[in-house]
Design a protein around this ligand. Structure first.
Ligand code: G1P
Length: 294
């Protein structure tokens, strides 16, 4: 048993425009783009549920109905699949949200940044510690999912955290960058965090990837931070303020992260997940052989 309250709620900011994937994302939210046969957002929701989350909160905008439709019941489709004698396909639909897990949404009226998106979920989250997952960071882990690894560490220490990995030194301006200090137990505590610093001023090359466990106090801090990098309300700036009163951990997760917010990352994720898929693997490998050197 842990001394700390469980992480039951997870916030999924999904209001972004996904311009890097236009024209595909003109009518389809980028989080609905599939890797093999599942939309990105579903991988993230599954990772949260595996970590013990039972309350899913989407922060979305009026135009991105497709995400809500994906998680909504579709009784017609369900009965159609059963009548057609396709129980496996029926199961794939009913598994989208497992029993005991509820989902909710809140509309972010204006695109004011990630910090603002998280802040929009304040009434649904309340005061307890909660998770934030950015679905375009897709993480395939060998055993426990990334968020489960972080929740286990939180339950042991009571400290919130964010997932980090080394990024190329020239790319620090694409990430929140942290500097860390190890404590006696070997855990990395965050000393400083900066949003998208240029390589010459970055405190390290440890980049934040889209998984966070945050205390409920972060909402009050989000309220007071001003627009930062890119003119947006940055989650990173509220986290920097939070560090003054509460230690937070940098979690170097086990697993491979694909940046599915970029086309290259998205394609690599597709290949990676297809190679893990027993029905697809052999044929894909054979195909890759034929295109090598093209
Ligand atoms: C956001 C965060 C950034 C983090 C990144 C991870 O940036 O602001 O700190 O490193 O997600 O994917 P975005 O990619 O939304 O610009």
């Amino acid at each position: 048993m842990s001394d700390y309250p469980p992480i039951r709620k997870a916030v999924f900011p999904v209001a972004g425009l996904g311009t890097r994937f236009l024209p595909a994302t003109k009518s389809i939210p980028k989080e609905m783009l599939p890797i093999v046969d599942k939309p990105l957002i579903q991988y993230a929701v599954e990772e949260a549920v595996e970590a013990g989350v039972d309350t899913i909160i989407f922060v979305t905008n009026e135009k991105k109905r497709a995400i809500l439709e994906h998680f909504d019941l579709d009784e017609d489709l369900e009965s159609h699949l059963l009548e057609q004698g396709k129980p496996e396909l029926h199961q794939r639909i009913t598994d989208i949200i497992p029993a005991g897990v509820s989902w909710h949404y809140v509309i972010q009226e204006q695109a004011l940044g990630l910090g603002h998106a998280v802040w929009c979920a304040r009434d649904l989250v309340g005061e307890e510690p909660f998770a934030v997952l950015l679905a375009d960071d897709l993480i395939r882990s060998p055993k426990d999912g990334c968020l489960k690894q972080m929740v286990d560490e939180y339950l042991a220490t009571g400290a919130g955290s964010m997932a980090v990995e080394k990024v190329p030194a020239a790319m620090t301006d694409r990430y929140g960058i942290v500097s860390v200090k190890k404590d006696a137990t070997g855990r990395d505590y965050i000393q400083a965090i900066v949003e998208k610093p240029a390589p010459d001023v970055a405190p390290s090359n440890l980049g934040v990837v889209g998984r966070y466990i945050l205390p409920g106090e972060i909402f009050a801090l989000l309220e007071s931070v001003r627009a930062g990098a890119g003119g947006e309300i940055q989650l990173t700036d509220a986290i920097a303020a939070q560090l003054k009163s509460r230690p937070l951990l940098a979690h170097a997760f086990e697993g491979v992260r694909h940046d599915c917010g970029s086309r290259q990352g998205f394609i690599q994720a597709t290949v990676d997940y297809a190679l893990e898929h027993e029905e697809l693997r052999q044929e894909l490998l054979a195909y890759i052989e034929t295109v090598k050197g093209r």
